[in-house]
Design a protein around this ligand. Structure first.
Ligand SMILES: NC(=O)c1ccc[n+]([C@@H]2O[C@H](COP(=O)([O-])OP(=O)(O)OC[C@H]3O[C@@H](n4cnc5c(N)ncnc54)[C@H](OP(=O)(O)O)[C@@H]3O)[C@@H](O)[C@H]2O)c1
Length: 235
């Protein structure tokens, strides 16, 4: 039976991914950061779902996640780094360094912590895959071309998603020797709390596309930036 760990699974895209993987009979490890979400998921996805209460902005989450997953399995097939928050400030006069720092913590240090907690378990899988949920707004190529110049997106979000993309590239290179595939995705512009003014896709549809695409991944498909069901994106 295959195993998947999904961060930010309390709501939005992460919750829809949890639903899809549960329907397909995976053993799931949703990461949530409130007791309320922990109890709700335990009740709703009874059986092979093992919610883990952890705040990915804390280094203590590394050992906690590792020990909770290890209670149930010796190997992890898929890690989806999905947890994230949006920023607000899009003018240099009003950008707050505190906002940039807090987004960096969850979008960049969060995936580092999650990988550190899962790496030994991923190495035991026959087809280990890491997927970082990035964004079209993290594409320096797209941003530089002026593709989004008609909209006000925060400095913090665009900066940290670009940094997260660099993490994906570095990690994919390092883990190639371990046959672990590491990719970044833009999930679509979603109708979630973290969505933007041009949101047009239900997270259920995005989750289903992501599930199908992850099934196609293996050690030879690594280091890509993709919108599942659409195609490759430029870094
Ligand atoms: N929505 C879009 O259009 C869009 C487009 C491109 C990329 N994305 C990316 O897709 C991912 C999911 O977005 P979404 O729209 O589904 O967002 P969402 O509905 O706002 O959900 C965000 C999730 O992240 C969790 N989270 C936030 N900080 C956390 C922390 N410190 N530790 C653990 N979990 C934490 C939240 O938990 P709580 O419930 O506890 O707050 C929640 O489960 C994000 O990485 C986002 O940047 C979204």
């Amino acid at each position: 039976m295959e195993t998947v760990l999904i961060t930010g699974a309390s709501r939005g895209l992460g919750y829809e991914l949890l639903k899809v993987y549960s329907i397909h009979d995976y053993i799931t490890f949703p990461i949530v950061r409130t007791e309320e979400a922990f109890e709700r998921l335990k009740y709703e996805f009874q059986g092979k779902c093992y919610p883990i209460l952890a705040d990915l902005t804390l280094d203590s989450s590394i050992n906690h996640i590792k020990s909770e997953v290890s209670k149930q399995t010796d190997e992890l097939d898929i890690l989806i780094n999905n947890a994230g928050i949006s920023g607000t400030e899009y003018l240099i006069e009003t950008v707050r360094t505190k906002e940039v720092n807090s987004l960096f913590d969850i979008h960049c240090l969060g995936p580092i912590r999650a990988v550190q907690s899962c790496i030994s378990l991923l190495k035991q899988s026959d087809n280990p895959r890491i997927v970082n949920v990035s964004s079209r707004l993290g594409s320096i190529t797209k941003m530089a071309s002026g593709e989004f110049s008609d909209r006000d997106f925060s400095y913090s979000y665009r900066m940290v998603k670009a940094a997260q993309n660099m993490f994906t590239v570095c990690l994919s290179h390092e883990l190639q020797g371990n046959n672990i595939s590491v990719n970044a995705i833009h999930p679509g512009v979603l109708l979630t709390r973290g969505g933007s003014s041009d949101s047009n896709m239900y997270p259920e549809e995005a989750a289903s596309n992501i599930y199908e695409w992850i099934k196609t991944l293996n050690k030879s498909t690594t280091g890509q930036f993709v919108q599942p069901s659409i195609g490759k994106l430029p870094w």
